[in-house]
Design a protein around this ligand. Structure first.
Ligand SMILES: Cc1ncc(COP(=O)(O)O)c(C=O)c1O
Length: 477
């Protein structure tokens, strides 16, 4: 059975997100009740928070339907305020590679606080030196590293550093990629096709802001192009004085859009030829796919790379690292060339301890974490493919290790236009919302990555597959 594709790109902002033996035996569909009764306590908390917080959420990406307030996370599960338990595949937009509240990481955090660590705000600490050494030792692309609190801060600094070193202002970004909330990169995410127009190659797209308040003068310095499109990189390099190209090496804000064979190598060649700084945004790929980052898997070295999310299994810390000759511009002897990097909370001892513990855990027992999540990922992919085949649903499963996405189209997308033109966004979102009702939390925005953690078990995967099979059968009826 093949459905008609609606091809409708939903109006999303950045998005870019037991068997269910729920503690309470029921979610809305299971109970046959309406959502307001199922999530009554959540609704109450939202209503309270809206009085004091614009929109009731502190990150616009968290504003989704159904509105659920979570109050606890442990291992592979999260619990909501109304007592429902969910198998979690959102992982807070992917940081929880080890699972929620991993005991090894939690112990490290408690221990560092008990020892009297505080935010001294002066000088260096042994902790940050230890973390820096671990990162430089294990990531071939990183000779020297700095710490910030969020991925956005780190991508901001990477671009600023690239501009300083090259003394050029223009940058290239990927249509459909997400690199944070600042002016250089708050653009061209899931841009509706009727806004952006047809695919252009070679060429560039207009800067389409995803935020108000970005100066027009600044917008003209940013050139969005397709993923997997070396001709357009070359086009931009010939037309502008390009300081940097920042891109996720796998587009994980559109699910899992992989680089074509030779694409990343081609970027390296073009960076060398045109003298721009190649920045891999590994905020999602780094640590989730290997301690060495995706650059190690691909065997392609960027000039700079940015890490966050799985680096500290959910604690707020990010890293910007790369070639020492570039990183040294943060302490350039000539004041006019020195790049300002500062931050009251940089390498705060709590997230720094969490990051060290996370990396230690990821390295333990010869990489058992990665073996486990790979085997669960494979089980999930094979199970999904079997279900889709049996039900006759036109869909494919894209996966990189523990991260996967179902695309309701007949091939894995190569870029945003391919995805926007073929994926059935409406069907995807409907499936996600139904699964939530059944105790499986796929972030309820179409084409968003699902993330498996070390805490998930084969039973969790089996239970999830069972729910997906039931749900898809129901939706196709
Ligand atoms: C690839 C990528 N880069 C950068 C960011 C921004 O990181 P943060 O939300 O920590 O500022 C994100 C966040 O989702 C991301 O997915």
């Amino acid at each position: 059975m093949t459905r008609q594709h609606s091809n409708k790109v939903l109006d999303t902002q950045v998005a870019s997100v037991s068997p269910p033996t729920p503690d309470k035996s029921c979610h809305a569909a299971a109970m046959g009740t309406d959502a307001s009764a199922t999530y009554a306590k959540s609704a109450q908390i939202f209503s309270h928070n809206r009085r004091f917080i614009p929109g009731g959420v502190v990150s616009v990406n968290r504003a989704v339907q159904p509105e659920i307030v979570f109050i606890k996370g442990q291992g592979a599960y999260v619990w909501d305020a109304d007592g429902h338990r969910y198998i979690d595949y959102h992982a807070a937009f992917a940081p929880h590679l080890l699972g929620h509240n991993d005991p090894y990481v939690t112990d490290a955090v408690i221990s560092v606080l008990r020892k009297g660590a505080s935010l001294y705000g002066t000088g260096t600490t042994e902790l940050e030196g230890h973390l820096a050494e671990l990162i430089c030792r294990h990531i071939p692309a990183v000779e020297s590293v700095q710490f910030l609190n969020t991925g956005s801060e780190a991508t901001y600094q990477a671009i600023r550093l690239a501009r300083a070193v090259t003394q050029r202002d223009h940058i290239i970004v990927t249509q459909g990629g997400y690199n944070g909330w600042h002016d250089d990169v708050s653009c061209n995410l899931m841009t509706p096709l009727d806004v952006i127009g047809p695919r252009i190659s070679p060429g560039e797209y207009p800067y389409i802001p995803i935020s108000a308040g970005i100066p027009r003068e600044h917008q003209r310095l940013v050139h969005p192009i397709n993923f997997n499109d070396l001709e357009s990189v070359e086009y931009a390099c010939q037309k502008y004085s390009i300081a940097a190209f920042i891109t996720e090496p796998v587009l994980q804000n559109l699910g899992i859009v992989k680089p074509a064979v030779g694409y990343l190598e081609g970027l390296r060649r073009l960076a060398d030829r045109y003298g721009f700084v190649l920045i891999f945004d590994e905020v999602k790929t780094g640590f989730r796919h290997g301690v060495g980052g995706y650059s190690r898997i691909a065997g392609v070295m960027p000039d700079l790379a940015v890490y966050g999310k799985a680096l500290a299994n959910g604690y707020p810390i990010a890293a910007l690292g790369g070639k020492k000759e570039l990183m040294d511009w943060f302490v350039h002897p000539e004041l006019s060339k020195r790049v300002l990097l500062a931050g009251t909370y940089n390498a705060h001892p709590v997230p720094a301890a969490a990051a060290i513990a996370t990396i230690e855990r990821l390295l333990m027992n010869d990489g058992e974490v990665y073996r486990h999540v790979e085997s669960l990922g494979q089980k999930m992919q094979e199970g999904l493919e079997k279900i889709l085949r049996t039900l006759g649903v036109e869909a494919v499963v894209a996966r990189q290790g523990s991260a996967f996405c179902i695309y309701f189209m007949d091939h894995c997308p190569k870029d945003w236009h391919d995805l926007a033109g073929h994926h059935d966004f409406g069907f995807d979102e409907q499936m996600r919302r139904k699964l939530i009702e059944l105790g499986v939390y796929f972030f309820p925005v179409a084409a968003k990555q699902c993330s498996i953690s070390f805490a998930h078990t084969t039973e969790d995967i089996d239970a999830t597959l069972e729910q997906i099979k039931n749900q898809l059968s129901e939706m196709l009826r």
